[in-house]
Design a protein around this ligand. Structure first.
Ligand code: ASP
Length: 292
């Protein structure tokens, strides 16, 4: 994702889509809602938007299906819910939240997760809902070029949100289709609590995107919180240090964070990362590439 590979219309479309999600989360907070409700609202909007690799517009597996992963975590209680490999749930983040709030479990997979979704009345759709032509072409490109198991350059667009509410509670949510051409039920970092998603009122809310295998090995989201909580590091320093660890393992990606004290920020080691940020003082910004 570089300025050379995205034309002006693409930039405008992505910025507009980011703005819709940002406003969805911000509106919840301005109405007095919780951080948890805000991150779910923002991520649901991104899942429904075909520009991003989550929900509608998710990347294709090697076998031509869309298999979705999501997680949510509440920093106030460290309650967490996650799902992986779902194929019919319109908003996987809503199902992750249901796992957290309505089941005794944290992490459900595949058919079982969707059996639970049906029991809970979570909205289900035909798998065609998720499929887009652009993502299909990316899979054909990957296969034609024999790029290997997967190509990190073909999968950008995992979505996530972090928020801090008026009570000083933080929450994080992440949702993804994973990597183009993934096989064998491969799951990345996004739905793994502590890897791609973590929230703890004693530190921060964290959501990640990037090379999932390295993010899992570095336990990125929890590691950032641990550096802050135990090591006393500032969130930006902790985030950059852990992204350096990921880099040393051969991975790239990005992180967004929010702290109970109201600090928000991000870092990424890719040429770009879709992002947006809003606060109660009137800040509202979206960005894609590295310049801002
Ligand atoms: N981290 C995600 C995964 O490995 C992919 C991404 O962030 O784009 O599944």
């Amino acid at each position: 994702m570089t300025p050379e590979t995205m034309d002006a219309a693409g930039v405008a479309a992505h910025e507009a889509a980011l703005g819709v999600a940002l406003d969805a989360g911000r509106d919840v907070l301005f109405a007095g809602g919780s951080a948890l409700e805000a991150v779910c609202a923002a991520v649901s909007a991104l899942e429904d938007d075909p520009h991003f690799n989550a929900g509608r517009g998710a990347v294709f597996t090697y076998h031509g299906t869309n298999e979705l992963d999501a997680a949510v975590m509440d920093g106030a209680t460290r309650g967490a819910g996650a799902v992986c490999g779902v194929t019919h749930t319109r908003n996987p983040v809503s199902l992750a939240r249901a796992v957290m709030e309505k089941s005794p479990h944290v992490f459900l997979s595949g058919a079982g997760a969707e059996e639970f979704a049906r029991e809970q009345g979570v909205e289900m759709v035909d798998p065609d809902w998720f499929a887009t032509e652009a993502r299909w072409q990316q899979l054909q490109e990957l296969k034609a070029k024999k790029l290997g198991w997967f190509d990190a350059g073909l999968k950008y667009g995992t979505v996530g949100a972090v928020a801090v509410d008026a009570s000083g509670h933080v929450a994080a949510a992440t949702s993804t289709g994973g990597l183009t051409g993934k096989r064998w039920g491969r799951i990345g970092d996004s739905p793994l609590i502590g890897a791609g998603t973590y929230a703890d009122d004693r530190a921060a809310a964290i959501s990640c995107t990037g090379s999932g295998e390295q993010f899992i090995r570095a336990a990125v989201a929890h590691e950032i919180c641990a550096r802050m909580r135990i090591g006393g590091e500032r969130p930006q320093a902790a985030t950059e240090a852990v992204l350096d660890e990921v880099g040393a393992m051969g991975g790239v990606g990005g992180v967004i964070y929010a702290t109970p004290g109201g600090e928000t920020g991000f870092a990424f080691t890719t040429p770009g990362m879709f992002r947006g940020r809003a606060d109660s003082a009137g800040l509202r910004e979206v960005g894609i590439f590295g310049e801002s």
